[in-house]
Design a protein around this ligand. Structure first.
Ligand code: FES
Length: 233
């Protein structure tokens, strides 16, 4: 099928302002948007810049705005988008070049929620065991790949990138509700800050954008409830 691909192009070092370049391509319906971008880069214009690594929806590096909503370019098929496809960088982060944005504010927020397992007891001789129910409690939020699709679809983050954002709250949730972790109360205190969970206005963009189908808004709600009740359960 014939596809018209419009791609955001911007090199701050040489361009006064961004523009869209249009490419007319022959594609298979089962091609992914990443395949189209690879074709442009490989055969038409090698200066086109975008991040990708695994090409299988695992590394989280190729989040982009495709026809107006956030996707991983390696997971969305041409047949699900139609013959006109527009690709642009995710919103709320500074564009470095084309689809490459500065992820540092995103990762600064991520680091602020202590995104690692904390338990100061001496390690046992074997594994720290959990019941099936204890493991299930935070199963959904273990699926996050830090692609930033959720955070960069959130109007509260667009308004202020100091808002910790959905992805960081999802990560905090993964540890707060882990029965083996001991820093849940500390993380709740961090998220009770002026740039914490209460910047979330339950808009649900994050849940819609998540390529891993994580119930992001629900996880944020559970963290809010733990702060309000003082109970992690
Ligand atoms: S390239 Fe790794 S998630 Fe798409």
């Amino acid at each position: 099928m014939q596809v018209t691909l419009k791609v955001f192009r911007y090199n701050p070092e040489t361009d006064k302002k961004p523009h869209y370049a249009t490419y007319h391509l022959e594609a298979e319906p089962t091609d992914r948007v990443l395949d189209l971008l690879e074709h442009v880069k490989g055969y038409i214009d090698g200066t086109l810049s975008f991040r990708r690594s695994c090409a299988h929806g695992v590394c989280g590096s190729d989040a982009m705005r495709i026809n107006g909503r956030n996707y991983l370019a390696c997971k969305v098929l041409v047949k699900d988008l139609g013959r006109k496809i527009t690709v642009a960088p995710i919103l709320g982060l500074r564009v470095i070049k084309d689809m490459i944005v500065d992820m540092e504010p995103f990762f600064e927020n991520y680091r602020s929620v202590l995104p690692y397992f904390i338990n100061n007891d001496l390690p046992p001789n074997q594994e720290r065991l959990q019941s099936i129910e204890e493991r299930e409690r935070y199963d959904d939020t273990t699926k996050c790949i830090l692609c930033a699709c959720c955070t960069t679809s959130c109007p509260s983050f667009w308004a202020n990138d100091k808002y910790v954002g959905p992805a960081s709250i999802v990560t905090a949730h993964r540890f707060i509700f882990d029965s083996r972790d001991q820093a849940g109360a500390e993380r709740l205190q961090i998220l009770n800050d002026q740039f914490g969970v209460y910047r979330c206005h339950t808009i649900f963009n994050c849940t819609e954008a998540c390529p891993r189908d994580i119930q992001v808004t629900q996880a944020i709600g559970e963290v809010k409830k733990a702060i309000a009740t003082g109970k992690i359960e």
